[in-house]
Design a protein around this ligand. Sequence first.
Ligand SMILES: O=C(O)C1=N[C@H](C(=O)O)C[C@H](O)C1
Length: 298
Amino acid sequence: MLTEKQICGVYVPVVTPFNAAGEVDLDSYQRYVKSILNNSIQGLVVNGTTGESPTVNINELQLLVNASRELLQSSSVPLIVGTGTNDTRSTVTRTELAANLGADAVLVVVPYYSRPSQEGIIAHFRKAAEVGIPVIAYDIPGRTGVGLTVDTARTILEMNNVVGLKDCSGSPKLVTELTRYGSKPVLCGDDINFFDMLGHGAAGGMLASANVKPAEFIQIYEYFRSGQLDLAKQAFDNLVPLIRLLFKESNPAPIKWFLSQSGSITSDTLRLPLTSISQSLQEELGLHLHQNPLALEA
Ligand SMILES: O=C(O)C1=N[C@H](C(=O)O)C[C@H](O)C1
């Protein structure tokens, strides 16, 4: 089970590879996750936004969690499973499933689309937390249509079994307010703000771009943690052009294209309504990849 202490460093929300027919490509997934685990990541996140959670059904989720658990057999890296939906009952069902399959924690997003009140959001997280498995709450108002106020985030973080927050709110305000007087750990989920958010109290990051550059993000974190701020800033600045390209169109389309071009996964297939990246972004990313080839590990 994931503890608050373990919420630090770099968590990788992995992509879910699909074959050309749009089915989960388990072989590709296993090869890919193995290669990610060659890095000193602090957590593996399955079925996050980057794992295309809105289109992964519960049977496929089970398949992915089982495969991940097997890959992590002799590893101490915790397994976090995205189980949040915009329906409290289905969130609870998925959270129970993840707990039964041996996940170490679940990632529960603020319920999207319905635009619930702050009260409704709190009740949603209370139900998820009652399942008993550690919960990381996930605030991403740009995607969900409603965000956490500081007070709501505090209330959620004070619940038993809630162990931390993934903050994709787009500004350092929430992390600053929460950590000022001490709170459960907050992970940055805004890749472009990673360096800033560390400075404002984030304990680490859950970063889609770390699919592409795991070692580099870990190095930034290590520099920061050891007080080598200039080196951390320089290393982060080196990644900024790539991060901008990876978020120029909807995540995870650019990341999947990049990973498939570099041979890390077999295909960049996405499920509708997501579509592959534009020709112009392919050219920009292709140029970047040509100039900075990925170091592939078996
Ligand atoms: O999958 C995730 O977890 C993340 N998703 C965010 C998004 O797609 O908006 C970005 C963040 O890097 C991690």
